[in-house]
Each structure stands twice: as C-alpha cells, then as structure tokens.
Design a binder for this molecule. Structure first.
Ligand code: LFR
Length: 472
C-alpha cells in the first residue's frame, strides 16, 4: 500500500490531498488547504508563488506528522501562466496572472501578422485573450532576452521541489503554442512571437516519474521522503481524469465547475473543424493521448466576487444559494463570457449595469444577484452543450459535474431541468483525485484510466439529478 499526495492549486485555493487504495477503494483525506489570489504588484496582477511553495512545505510537514514517511507527489494548477528563469534557474520576475489587463485586445494586434484561422488550424486551441501566446507577445522584451527558460506554473513548482525542468503537455497545450498535428511546439508561432524553441524544456506526457524532492528541502523542513510524478499538470486535465464516467452506453459530457466552468467532452482525436473554429471550441491535450474538446465559461468566479464584495463577505456560498432559491430563475440574464467580467473593478456594479443597459430587472439583494449569475451560467451551459452536440453530430444525455461547484444542489437540479439530461454530481475533489489517479497508474497500482474511473465511481458518492420539469 503506497501513499500519494496531490498538490492541487486553483486560482482561489490550494490543497494537499492524501490518497491511497485500501480494500479496493480509493480513500482521500485533506491534509492542508490555503487561499490563493493575485495582487497588484509592480504594475501587474501577480501570483504569490513563494507563498504557495511555503504552503506546500507546510502541508508536507503536516503529512509527515500524520505518519506519512514516504510518498509520491503530483502537482496541478491553473493553466496558461508562466515564470521566466535566468541561466542559473532563478526567477526573473513574479508571475503575472492571466487576469491582468496586459493582454486586453492583443489577439487582434497579434493577428495582423498571422490569421486567426491559421492559428486555429495549427493549434486547435480556443481564442482566449490571455493565452500564453498573447502574454508572450506583450512580454517585456528585455526580460525575454534575459530569460533562459520559461516554465508553466505547475512545472515551475515541480522544478523548485525536484530541480528538474519539463514542459508537461496537457498544460502546454493551453499556451496555444503547440502544433496539434505534429504534437510539438509550433516553430512558426514561436517565430511570430519572437522566442526560440530552447526557451522551453522538453515536452513530456503525463505520468512520468520526475525525481526526488531535493535534499536541501529535506534538510530545511521535516518532510516525508517524496518522489515527484509529472501528473496531468493542468487542473482541468486532472479533473477530467477524475470524472467517474462508467456508463459507456451514454454520450457523456463533463462540466468541471470551479472558478471556471469548463464544459466539454473527451475524445481520442481532436476536432479541428470550421464549426469548431466558429464556436471557438478548444482541443486541449488530455492525459493518455486524449483531447478535451471544451469551452471556457466564466464560472463561479463571478459568484466568488459577489461573495467577497457583498457586505464585506458576510454571506457564505451556501447562504447565497439558499437566498437565490427564494427568487425566480431566469429573471435577468447576463453574458457571463463578456470579458468585462474577467476582472472588473466591482463585479456587482458591472452585473447591475449590464442588466440596466439591456432593460432587464436589476438584481440588488444577495439572492437576486446569485440567482442572476446561476441563471446566466445555466443558459450559457445550455447554449454551449447545444454547440457541442452540433459539432459532434450526436445528442449528449449525461452530464458529469465535478469540482467545488458540484456541491451546489440547486444549480445541479437547475442544469438537469434546463438541459434536459441526467446530471451526476461529484466528486468535488475530482481534480485532486485525477492527479492521484495518474500517480497510481504511473506506479502500476492502477492499470489505466478506465480502471481509475471505475475505482473513483466505486469509492466516491455521486448525486444523481434527473430533469423534473418540461424543457425550457
Ligand atoms: C481552470 C483553468 C482553465 C483555464 C483557466 C486559466 O482552473 O485551468 O482550464 O483556462 O483556469 O488558467
């Protein structure tokens, strides 16, 4: 029986989750949890990477105190963002968040030298203003000239721990710098953005042993003896591995529901078509040669911002859901994917202004505001799932909701009713579970992804929501 620890860090929180397989079940136990956020430093919104690394050591020390002497660890985080390192492997600057304003309207500027269609044909990746491609396009040239290596966030954390540098492919695909057909960095796009291929470490697949945690950390902290495995380092890729999809007869989709809502399907071949381009569907690379054909929807970030701002964070998310239930659904609908919601000065005022502008009822109370976002999210899921069905040419009849958002029963039922399909909700820690699963497959403790999903479904309690009402 081996011990595994998933280090899973999202945009709003991070956690260390211990997992093992015991009597045919995958058991998990949270060791440590901490907040994550970006803050405005030196002219940009930046992540506090040193704080995150400190929290990882704190968590690993706790694991040791709980009796874990030896373990494997895997790291996943949000995608897209990076750090630049100098020749001796030191960070040149604090990492800038994808929510920073530096890439606003930069797609159009970049596309003066190459068409959007061409970029999509090469990468199969959706156009998001903050993709690494456009971040690099706006990066300070002086800094880039000094840079010897670029590491994505989870690869950087793994490097700090182990001293080894890699570019893990599930996360690398989100940069919009990989050629989906050649399955390597796209030399033409690198040239356009003005960086050399050797700025990146070698591209590797999920599921490889990276190395041991460095002795210097073992000396500085009281840690378990740990080996780092390169998991599906993009949190969404790990979440998809953690989807307990065991009904092969159903055409299933997933909704990874957290700060972002990622709605889509898993495929074995990418779907890089004109329709995919028109609908801006992405083909992010998944673990074990799969693809995540999905769409980014702004997600619970808007709810998190309402929570933070409304009467100084007076209400919990659970209370917000209770109040939302007391007001009628679909009263006011906002376009949750409008970039104005990426990082507004004040989310509540922005929602109200949008409703006013479009002649809708202006939500004021915490219940009305939450309801407005829930209703708008559900409408957006409905639209995007319809597009997925069109691109696929088949009907989706089951939706697996994983991630923190899968705990919101009200939302799960509303989704089942409005989208007219069965909703399987949970696990809320699918990302950490997917991270653990890839580690367990790497050590041979689990055979493969299908076995992992069976084990997850067998070990975690799922909630089922069937549609109750007539389709809207
Ligand atoms: C979810 C996620 C999304 C990615 C966004 C930004 O946490 O990783 O998949 O598009 O964050 O990195």
């Amino acid at each position: 029986m081996r011990d595994y620890i998933a280090i899973d860090i999202g945009a709003s929180s991070g956690r260390l989750i211990h997992g093992k397989v015991e009597s045919g079940k995958l058991t998990i136990n949270e060791i440590h949890r901490f907040k994550n956020s970006f803050s405005f430093v030196n002219g940009h919104e930046r992540w506090g990477l040193d704080f995150l690394i400190q929290q990882i050591f704190l968590g690993l020390e706790k694991a040791k105190r709980q009796g874990i002497e030896e373990c494997f660890i895997g790291i996943d985080t949000w995608a897209i963002d990076y750090v630049l390192l100098d020749k001796i492997g030191e960070r040149l600057a604090d990492s800038i968040s994808y929510r920073d304003k530096r890439t606003q309207n930069k797609i159009e500027e970049f596309c003066q030298s190459i068409s959007k269609e061409e970029i999509y044909k090469r990468t199969g990746i959706q156009f998001l203003e903050f993709n690494t491609l456009y971040q690099l396009f706006t990066e300070e040239r002086e800094l880039l000239e000094k840079a010897d290596k670029l590491l994505l966030i989870p690869d950087y954390i793994a490097y700090v721990l182990s001293g080894k540098m890699v570019l893990e492919e599930t996360n690398a695909s989100t940069t919009q710098l990989l050629n989906i057909h050649e399955r390597r960095l796209d030399s033409h796009l690198l040239e356009k953005v003005g960086v050399e291929e050797n700025l990146f470490p070698p591209l590797v697949s999920a599921g490889e042993l990276l190395g041991e945690v460095l002795d210097k950390w073992q000396e500085e902290y009281d840690l378990p003896k740990a080996k780092v495995i390169t998991v599906a380092t993009h949190d969404t890729a790990s979440a998809v591995v953690g989807v307990p999809a065991i009904f092969p007869e159903k055409n299933w989709a997933y909704l990874s529901s957290g700060t972002w809502s990622l709605i889509g399907i898993e495929t074995n071949t990418p779907i890089v078509t004109e329709l995919g381009y028109d609908y801006n569907f992405t083909n992010e690379w998944g673990a074990y040669g799969t693809y995540r054909v999905l769409k980014n929807i702004m997600g619970l970030w808007i709810v998190q911002e309402i929570q933070r701002l409304y009467e100084n964070g007076k209400y919990t998310f659970a209370q917000m859901a209770t109040f939302a239930k007391e007001t009628p659904f679909f009263t006011s609908i906002i376009d949750v994917n409008d970039p104005i919601f990426t990082n507004p000065e004040n989310t509540i005022e922005t929602i109200q202004e949008q409703c006013r502008k479009t002649g809708q009822v202006v939500p004021k109370t915490i219940g009305e505001l939450t309801n407005c976002v829930y209703s708008s999210l559900v409408k957006c899921y409905q639209k995007e799932l319809g597009h997925i069905e069109e691109v696929l040419g088949k009907k989706i009849n089951a939706l697996y909701i994983v991630g923190g958002g899968s705990n919101v029963r009200l939302l799960n039922q509303l989704i089942a009713d409005t989208l007219d399909l069965s909703v399987y909700a949970g696990p809320s820690e699918a990302t950490a579970i997917g991270n653990l699963a890839v580690q367990m497959i790497a050590t041979g403790e689990i055979k493969d992804k299908d076995e992992a999903r069976k084990l997850i479904a067998h070990s975690q309690e799922l909630q089922v929501f069937e549609p109750n009402y007539v389709r809207k």
